[in-house]
Write a protein that binds this ligand. Structure first.
Ligand SMILES: C[S@@+](CC[C@H](N)C(=O)[O-])C[C@H]1O[C@@H](n2cnc3c(N)ncnc32)[C@H](O)[C@@H]1O
Length: 312
């Protein structure tokens, strides 16, 4: 199942690439000498991994509050949309990569539970001569396995984000169907063909090698499995694009400073959005990774897009 949270030895086995400052790494990554971008700056590939790790370590505690403040709560609607579009059935195995504090996984569990409830009601509704013991039996069976084997694995490179997510899951009362695993999207600590659905929400723009993350998504999906990515994208309405730029560069870092005392991390988040490939280009990259029937939907005029592809 890969590296459970805080299991350093398993992390190292998976050649975890990100270096956590102050955390001794047993497997030192060889510098590649290649450069990449960190927001608008050019840095070495190794430095990018370290700096992305630091950004999310810094923001972890305030991540949910900042998400709500920056997006005026709209991120919740985008995530709701993603899970409705996914339309998972009871039994589905989900891998949510860069899953952070668990928002997508929690929605998945809620959705599957609601589906399960619908199925049960339908079944009871269509049953002739229903007795009280039939109904009561159906409810007691329900309590034993309300997810019918569905599971969501939340995988993230950042242990702080996972820690916050795990605490949140306990506060919200999620008792089954979730597991939290530390791992890199570019080198997932899972066997081949293990999951029905792979999601990555607002995570893929942070990885150093997009192609590697897509290859890994393909590898861990079962044949017939689905890739779904929710990510900031290119706004297709010129007026909104202008306002969005103003808001992103003038307001978000200020909010970051005021709420979380961290201008720089939020400056990076804004810049990283602008560096991410536009809808069509990203679609081609997903196809190049081997996925079929790749499509995308723009939400809020392309502020975000949901890309979907199948492993056939
Ligand atoms: C903006 S947050 C998104 C969290 C969550 N998916 C959500 O929608 O709220 C981005 C997440 O990507 C994670 N991340 C960055 N690089 C990663 C990598 N290479 N592998 C796995 N996770 C990564 C960060 O640690 C962070 O938790």
């Amino acid at each position: 199942m890969g590296a459970p949270l805080c299991s350093v030895s398993r992390l190292c086995r998976a050649s975890w690439r990100a270096v956590r400052p102050g955390c001794q790494r047993l497997h030192q990554t060889q510098p590649t000498g290649k450069e990449t971008h960190f927001g608008f700056q050019t840095v070495s590939e190794e430095e990018k991994g370290e700096r992305v790790y630091q950004v999310f370590e810094n923001v972890a505690k305030n991540y949910d509050l900042m998400n709500d403040s920056m997006s005026l709560g709209i991120h919740r609607l985008w995530k709701d949309w993603l899970v409705r579009y996914m339309n998972p059935t009871p039994g589905t195995q989900l891998l949510d990569v860069a899953g952070g504090t668990g928002d997508v996984a929690f929605r998945f569990i809620n959705y599957v539970q609601a589906q399960r409830e619908k199925i049960r009601r339908n079944k009871l509704d269509h049953q002739q001569n229903l007795s009280w013991s039939d109904i009561s039996m159906s409810y007691s069976q329900e309590q034993k396995g309300s997810l019918m084997g569905s599971k969501a694995v939340i995988c993230d490179i950042n242990k702080e984000m996972l820690k916050v997510g795990r605490e949140k899951s306990l506060q919200l009362g999620y008792s089954e169907g979730l597991s939290w695993v530390a791992g890199d999207a570019e080198e997932l600590p899972f066997a081949d063909e293990k999951f029905d659905i792979y999601t990555i929400a607002f995570g893929i723009r942070n990885v150093t090698h997009l192609e590697k993350a897509l290859e890994e998504a393909y590898r861990v999906l079962k044949p017939g499995g689905r890739f779904l990515c929710l990510e900031f994208s290119q706004v297709n309405n010129p007026v909104l694009a202008r306002l969005y730029d103003l808001y992103s560069f003038q307001v978000i870092p200020v909010l970051g400073e005021v709420i979380a005392g961290d201008w720089k991390s939020y400056q990076y988040l804004v810049e990283s959005i602008r560096r991410f490939p536009p809808q069509e280009e990203f679609k081609e990259m997903i196809e190049d990774a081997g996925f079929f029937k790749v499509t995308y939907h723009n939400l809020t005029s392309g502020v975000v897009a949901v890309h979907s592809g199948f492993k056939l």
